[in-house]
Design a protein around this ligand. Structure first.
Ligand code: CAA
Length: 699
């Protein structure tokens, strides 16, 4: 079936793209558009052309699945130039999203009509590339360099209304898009083509100073990324050069980006995030349970944050606390969060009240009896969790889903204390729960398929990325965090300063180093955990110095001192000689001769520890795919997306090298903590990657 068809209505030709699901610019679409332009150019009966799309959206971009493969002609930049060069007016009829190459096609049309619900954008930067079919040259010409930079660097979806104010869209309609586009085309027959590429930019306000200021304004958010700087250079070229030269520069910079490993990593993340909801054994025919009302137990920071996710999408929430005071405090925090959004202009006062009206507070478990899903977010001990679930078993209606927000505990054991383990699973939110995108969905041994399927869909509905994990200590994310933290902490006892460890990992791309993270979370949390563990179960060398800090009251940021010291009201970590004195004493006690450790070695040990644990999790079937682990690390722990997550990073190094490195670490540091994961060994010996594993095992 052809993906591009033409229908002639009087003297107007309507060219329709039909390439589900998102009308991506696959080879057949590019060829179809190019052929249509040639044929319609030669047809004297046709006076103007409309380009429209079937299905849910206008063209949503290049076909990402063709990236990395040899591109077949015609190339998109040529197709776009061909459309713009048409002697007959061409009108784009936009619904859904005109993204990337799709917007570039629309910009090459001479007029643009859109539904008010439509959105436009150039999201290429999120895939590690830049708009390579004239987008960086045409958008600044029509929208102005400042708006173009905003759109290209953020990659955001711009509403039709805003795009019209920029001059990108000519006309907005509520419905009957095609009729409006045809009417526009008819009118254009007397006006003739109006080419975006011929618009002159008044560059007087966009000199070097403007671009220097813009670069400064995005420095923080684009730290470590390769493509954004190239995008800025393209827009500079649009301001300074004639179209043909600007397009040439765009091409060169596009190839630089496309050849950079970051583009592969970011494209891997794009597909990885879409893969997570594919669960073996579950499909669209698996029944779902309706979730119309949610109960949350615990109105602390976590419970309140979790509750907000549901209220935000119109699902009413009953929030349970044991004491009225705690309940009032919890609801007060929720209100403050919404009011803060209102102060930033993101919500109106009425919307805040509307959201608050979704909340009902209670002190009685009996009030949860009409909830379809109940999530507990109480203190993290098995004893308390079991008490809560016993109560839930008593009050919850038949078919209600019972979820624990535990970070580490055994969900099978929790489920076993109810008479309905098939209804129980883990829903592990990350703090702050109303902000962080990750949700680990913990499938216990007896969790029913429809319960799991419902929660996978629910994650999407509350705008989270839900990754299914099996039951194990810490599930995917926290289980991997443990060896990562161990290696970071060992680096300190062996000779590095905490700030050196943090700098090494920050420069690798982590949002903050592990020492700062530990101070933020509270150094005492790990301490309390270790107290209950027995010294034979953890690497004492790594943590004795940390425990001494806690024993001296250095519990972290919350008390103004931990691994670092903090000035009153200031969250900036300050290195403290008193901490170094303790570290040095502990090193001496252990007979360690302190020596400086190069940043690359610190990073390597921490990364190898993450990868090895990830491979164990995968080999044990606690994650369905390596790419799911990447999604967890990027969305829950701030792992740099441009490295594609720890497992993709391992693939980019090569698993043979990774395996050899881990074996070498086992030699140097002893095998206790450096047993190579059996799956890693198997893949390395077979010359395979984690991506191969995913392809062969999880589709
Ligand atoms: N190429 C190939 N497949 C694509 C695609 C693309 N550009 N965009 C989406 N898809 C696929 C998805 O992988 C998904 O496939 P499965 O159902 O098999 O998983 C399907 O289309 C539906 O996508 P979503 O689940 O994301 O659907 P949604 O309704 O939530 O979102 C969307 C739709 C807003 C278009 C979103 O898919 C999206 O943002 N896509 C990417 C758009 C993009 O980045 N375009 C720029 C491409 S780069 C470019 O164009 C470069 C250039 O100029 C040369």
């Amino acid at each position: 079936m052809s993906t591009v068809s033409t229908e002639i209505q009087g003297d107007i030709a309507v060219v329709t793209v039909n390439n589900p699901p998102v009308n991506a610019l696959s080879h057949s679409v590019r060829a179809g558009l190019s052929d249509a332009m040639k044929i319609l150019s030669a047809n004297d009966a046709v006076k103007a052309v409309v380009i429209a799309c079937e299905g849910r959206t206008f063209i949503a971009g290049a076909d990402i699945r063709e990236f990395g493969k040899p591109m077949q002609e015609p190339h998109l930049p040529d197709v776009v130039n061909e459309i713009e060069a048409m002697e007959k007016p061409v009108v784009a009829a936009i619904h859904g999203t005109a993204l990337g190459g799709g917007l570039e096609v629309a910009l090459s049309c001479h007029y643009r009509v859109a539904l008010t619900s439509a959105k436009i954008g150039l999201p290429e930067v999120k895939l590690g590339i830049l708009p390579g079919a004239g987008g960086t040259q045409r958008l600044p010409r029509i929208a102005g360099p400042a708006n173009a930079l905003d759109a290209i660097i953020s990659g955001r979806h711009v509403s039709a209304k805003e795009a019209k104010s920029w001059g990108v869209l000519d006309e907005l309609v509520e419905d009957d898009l095609l009729a409006a586009a045809i009417a526009c085309a008819k009118e254009a027959t007397s006006k003739g083509p109006r080419r975006t590429g011929e618009i002159e930019i008044d560059g007087s306000a966009f000199g070097d100073e403007f671009f220097a200021g813009f670069r400064k304004s995005i420095a923080r958010q684009t730290r470590g990324y390769f493509a954004p700087e190239r995008c800025v250079q393209c827009v500079e070229a649009a301001v300074k050069l004639p179209l043909a030269e600007g397009l040439k520069r765009e091409r060169e910079l596009f190839y630089e980006c496309a050849q950079n490993p970051q583009s592969r990593a970011l494209q891997h993340m794009f597909f990885a995030e879409r893969q997570v909801s594919r669960i073996p054994g579950i499909d669209k025919d698996t029944p779902r349970r309706a979730i119309k009302k949610v109960g949350i137990i615990g109105a602390g920071t976590m419970g309140g944050g979790i509750a907000m996710n549901f209220a935000n999408v119109g699902i009413p929430v009953t929030l349970l606390e044991v004491q009225q005071e705690a309940l009032d405090r919890g609801l007060g925090v929720v209100r403050k969060n919404y009011e803060r959004s209102a102060a930033k202009g993101k919500l109106t006062a009425e919307q805040v009240e509307g959201l608050m009206s979704q909340f009902t507070g209670t002190l009685s478990y009996d009030d949860l009896s009409d909830c379809d899903l109940i999530i507990e977010a109480v203190f993290e001990t098995m004893e308390i969790k079991k008490k809560v679930f016993t109560e839930l078993d008593r009050v919850a209606k038949d078919g209600a889903i019972l979820a624990s927000n535990t970070s580490y505990l055994d969900v099978n054991e929790i489920a076993a204390c109810t008479k309905r383990p098939e209804d129980v699973l883990g829903l592990h939110f990350f703090s702050p729960a109303n902000v962080m995108r990750l949700l680990e969905i913990v499938r216990a041994d007896k969790t029913a398929p429809d319960v799991l399927a419902t929660c996978v869909d629910l994650a999407k509905a509350i705008r989270k990325v839900g990754v299914v994990a099996g039951v194990c200590h810490g599930f995917i994310g926290n289980r991997m965090l443990s060896p990562y933290g161990r290696e970071a902490s060992l680096a300190v006892i062996e000779g590095a300063k905490p700030e050196e460890v943090d700098a090494a990992l920050f420069n690798f791309g982590m949002p903050m180093g592990p020492m700062t993270m530990s101070d933020m979370a509270g150094v005492d949390i790990g301490y309390l955990n270790r107290q209950g563990m027995g010294r034979e179960n953890y690497e004492t060398k790594a943590y004795d110095w940390v425990d001494r800090l806690v024993e001296q009251g250095r519990k972290g940021l919350k008390v103004g001192k931990g691994i670092y010291t903090y000035a009153e009201g200031d969250r900036t970590p300050q290195p403290d000689p008193a901490v170094m004195a303790i570290v040095e004493e502990e090193s001496a006690k252990l007979g360690i001769e302190r020596k400086s450790i190069p940043a690359e070695d610190i990073v390597e040990r921490c990364m190898m520890a993450l990868i090895n644990e990830g491979a164990k999790i995968l080999g044990e079937g606690k994650a369905y795919r390596a790419s799911d682990i990447d999604v967890v690390y990027v969305n829950g722990y701030g792992y740099p997306p441009y490295r594609g997550g720890p497992m993709h990073y391992a693939d980019s190094i090569g698993l043979e090298k990774v395996y050899a490195k881990i074996c070498a670490f086992a030699e140097t540091f002893g095998p206790r903590w450096w047993q190579p994961a059996p799956l890693l060994k198997e893949l390395a010996e077979a010359g395979k990657s984690f991506a191969d594993y995913d392809r062969e095992n999880a589709g």
